[in-house]
Design a protein around this ligand. Structure first.
Ligand code: AHR
Length: 619
């Protein structure tokens, strides 16, 4: 056989095809890419973030020898009204030293021999306290790895900083703040950063993880989520507010604490300025995703007439990124240290939205952005991939509004990826382009990586229809797992790429500029892959409302139109996990719709899960 590649005739441009998607889940930011080593630095952890969290989570009191102190968290005289909690140490007996210690993330605070660490803290004292305060990194048994001393001079909040040099390597140490004398000492924003961050940025990123991301050579980076963007309350002042970018810039002490929907606390120390800076540093185009005033998880909806500030967030963000210093938001960016624009080209409205309220609101965002910034490419959203329903609604909305791209998401088996290599061949070039904003096969094994590689050849071949694609999720701290598989795994001392990572890297390093015409002669085209392993099993579902009455449950096969009914439709159930199962007996991938009519007969919460029960050991 013979393949002839015509290098003179340029086909479809490949543009910005392959990039990355960053979301702060799995402690990807705090305890991950964001280089801060202190966990709960501002004493703002709260049960709203996670039922186990308290203001002193991550902290312990130190009382050495006869030392005696009380350690409380107060909020009467905060450093500002966005960061209201601080530690109050009332030293009753100095003994051999009293104070507090932070255990950091994973196994502890990691330090390396010969490296320097920047410590900073906001502190004040009462008149009776005049002792020096010793800052140290200490091993579990008290061996000192690094130390420095500060003198708290004032009864007013003041920021102090010093540099610690580590004399030994220890990945399980504690940051200790210890003093003598008696009286009261108050502390807030206790921070320790490696002096060496990625590109030496202040408030910067962990060098090894950032380097792994930069080494991919991604064309773009989508951020900051994910469900993290739209899951939250409508008031930007609330600590469980949706992700509002204006809360994430400027002095870190002024950034409000935030509940991360992945059930932990988010400092917002890694904020929009840092995201833009990082994108620039690694040569990736920034793709911010904004909430559209609709939380599909809790059905919180901004009334259309109140949408103004939400749309302003999008317009102001574009000005923040691209405006010159004479504009309001461009001047803020310049004051933060970046007079040159960040050259924003894309913006996403919504993430994986389900429901008419989103699409109604999207139209308002779209018009306002295009009126003011016609060159900005706008990404619409579709529901999680499934035949029919919300996914189709996303595409309809994109066509009606003239969106530049539609964000599709799917997590599927490797077999599905192999069987769908040609998924986009039939998509039309004149339609909105696909932004494959999240995809992965279920696993980090070689088979998964290979199936994704095969699929990515299809994305390249269909560049007429696919504009952007990024694997998800990107990062996972091994001790705080919300979701797997992930592209890169790390703990507090090292980070490594999976087989999937090296596939992404291969495609990013070798992304061409244009498709070139290829002629094949004497070659037999391969048959499209079909998943042929018999799937013996069924589909079931359960409800976690206390009592639910089902009046109709049907499973419809899209290809054949066949309807499978469930045996028992009139039953009451208590508790989660009750299942009804219908047998499918499918031998290859088929699309089904599960349709049910149900009535909740108590005041409990709705919550449905669909189960796939395999008769054998398949996952
Ligand atoms: O990537 C993990 C999650 O998957 C994202 O937050 C969400 O968009 C999707 O459901």
């Amino acid at each position: 056989g013979k393949l002839t590649i015509n290098t003179q005739q340029k086909g479809t441009p490949l543009g910005d095809l392959f990039g990355i998607f960053f979301e702060d889940l799995n402690h990807a930011a705090d305890g991950g890419l964001y280089a801060e080593l202190v966990r709960n630095r501002s004493f703002e952890f709260d049960p709203i973030d996670h039922p186990d969290y308290r203001a002193l989570t991550g902290w312990e009191k130190i009382e050495r020898g006869a030392g005696k102190a009380t350690l409380t968290v107060e909020d009467a005289h905060p450093i500002n009204d966005r960061n209201t909690h601080y530690a109050a140490i009332d030293i009753i007996e100095a003994g051999d030293g009293v104070g507090i210690a932070n255990q950091g993330f994973n196994t502890g605070i990691p330090v390396r021999a010969g490296e320097q660490y920047r410590f900073s803290v906001y502190a004040r004292r009462d008149a009776s306290f005049a002792e020096p305060v010793r800052i140290a990194v200490e091993s579990e048994d008290g061996t000192v790895r690094a130390e420095a001393v500060i003198q708290v001079e004032s009864a007013e909040w003041k920021r102090y900083e010093t540099v610690l040099a580590a004399s030994a390597t220890d990945f399980g140490s504690w940051l200790t703040i210890v003093t003598g004398g008696t009286g009261k000492l108050y502390l807030d924003m206790v921070s320790l950063f490696p002096a060496k961050t990625f590109r030496d940025r202040p408030n910067g990123l962990r060098a090894d993880i950032a380097q792994l991301l930069g080494d991919l050579k991604p064309k773009f980076m989508r951020f900051p989520g994910g469900c993290l963007v739209h899951d939250g309350s409508l008031n930007a002042e609330d600590r469980d507010s949706m992700y509002r970018w204006k809360n994430t810039i400027g002095d870190v002490a002024q950034r409000p604490p935030r509940r991360n929907n992945w059930r932990y606390h988010q400092t917002l120390g890694l904020g929009y300025y840092e995201y833009f800076q990082f994108c620039e540093d690694i040569g990736a185009k920034p793709i911010p995703i904004l909430p559209a005033g609709y939380d599909p998880h809790h059905k919180r909806i901004v009334p259309i007439e109140a949408l103004g500030p939400w749309i302003d967030d999008a317009l102001d963000l574009i000005e923040f990124a691209n405006g010159d210093a004479s504009t309001e938001w461009g001047s803020i960016r310049a004051k933060l240290g970046h007079p040159a624009p960040f050259n924003l080209e894309y913006i996403g409205i919504g993430n994986e939205e389900v429901g008419a309220p989103f699409f109604e609101r999207y139209a308002h965002f779209h018009k306002a952005i295009k009126d003011k910034h016609p060159a900005i490419k706008i990404i619409n959203s579709s529901g999680p991939f499934a035949a029919g329903g919300e996914y189709e609604r996303g595409w309809r909305s994109a066509r009606e509004n003239g969106s530049d791209l539609v964000d599709e998401h799917y997590y599927q088996s490797p077999e599905w990826f192999l069987a769908n290599v040609r998924r986009y061949d039939s998509f039309k070039s004149e339609e909105p382009k696909v932004f494959l904003g999240e995809y992965a096969s279920w696993g980090n094994a070689y088979l998964n990586a290979l199936a994704e590689a095969a699929f990515m050849t299809g994305l390249e071949r269909s560049a007429h229809a696919v504009g952007l694609a990024c694997y998800a999720p990107l990062l996972c701290n091994v001790d705080y797992v919300n979701w797997k598989p992930d592209l890169i795994w790390f703990n507090n001392r090292e980070a490594f790429g999976t087989a999937n990572y090296y596939v992404q890297q291969l495609f990013m390093h070798h992304q061409g500029d244009y498709l070139l015409p290829v002629e094949a002669s004497g070659l037999k085209p391969s048959e499209p892959y079909r998943e042929v392993t018999p799937i013996r099993g069924g589909i079931g579902f359960g409800a976690n409302a206390n009592v639910v009455e089902y009046t109709s449950i049907r499973l419809i096969n899209h290809a054949t139109g066949e309807t499978l009914s469930f045996a028992d439709t009139a039953f009451d159930r208590t508790g989660a996990g009750d299942k009804q199962t219908a047998m499918l007996g499918a031998t290859h991938w088929e699309d089904y719709t599960l349709s049910l009519k149900a009535k909740k007969t108590d005041g409990g919460q709705w919550g449905f899960a669909v189960y796939f029960d395999w008769a054998d050991d398949r996952q």
